[in-house]
Design a protein around this ligand. Sequence first.
Ligand code: IPM
Ligand code: MG
Length: 363
Amino acid sequence: MAKYRIAWLPGDGIGKDVAEAARIVLDRLDVDAEYIHGDIGWEFWRTEGEPLPKRTLDMMKETDCAFFAAITSKGRDVADAELLPELQGKGFVYRSPIVRMRQLLDLYICLRPCKAYPGNPLNYKDLIDLVVFRENTEGMYIGVEFPKVPEEFYAVKGTEKLPRDAAISLRAVTPGGSERIVRAAFEYAQKYGRKRVTAVHKANVLRQTDGVFMEAARKVAAEYPEIAFNNANIDAMGMWLLKDPYNYDVIVTTNLFGDIISDLCAQMVGGLGFGCSGNIGTDYAVFEPTHGSAPKYAGQYKVNPIATILAAKMMLDWLGETDKGAQLEAAVAEVIKEGKVRTYDMGGDSGTLEMAEAIAAKL
Ligand code: IPM
Ligand code: MG
């Protein structure tokens, strides 16, 4: 029996292209793993009313971790219209599978390293190396929404002027959820010799939810006096990151702000072709590229697989295969530095699998 059982979730769109690329390097590294395919994605929404079928979740529970590439997700109106006619009007509600996985499996850390590799023509300014810790289970992602104001809301003081036809999305931030993500950020900083943790919020407006977050952040920060701690409002943070990204090291924030800021950071190290992500809980994790399924490029083997390959590196590290993880990162860095194989986003014309083969050849 293989040492590791890995749930393999290519998804749809370019998810399949980049997952194939990741397997080329994992196979070359001879990881002692069994990869078990799981159904996930748009086609299962259309035909079953469930983009993350129960059989896939059940299978994941029997594995050590999961590797997920990308899936198509669309807004409510489009999703409902694309459901097979016989399933329409039966109460199926589209919910993002990745968001559900994070919540169902309590993968509370969304770890997004943003590191520039020398020679990448897409690098912004000089070499940036920062890490985003995004809270992954609560905040604006709890999924409690109302198409219009529920009548009982008007019992709450201050809601009198709220128009009845307002749609409502609730944001929930708990002290426990905040503490554990901030602690994860500080533990990471300590382990990897990072100098500073910056907590990002909008506490001047979201007084309650970000009040809770910042209170927890300050409390945890006090336990790590050797690591510098500061904080910034999300809007200013966007500006400062563009102005002087070298001032930042580890960033920790709530779910939606982390979603936004991690795309910004990914763009500074080459764009979504380079953004990788680990959704990590206490004993399970799902690794994925940050990008989506880019349906228009599906099956063309055109997109950059490096984000997905770096997600594989994160998975190897998490499994404890740190030597293989380091080898893989070194191979990626070398191919980028040489500049001979470049996908279209990098100004070249190499394909997805060509890039994977070039990286595998360095292993
Ligand atoms: C991400 C993505 C997801 C998110 C989408 C696909 C639901 O943007 O992983 O950053 O919002 O978390
Ligand atoms: Mg995102």
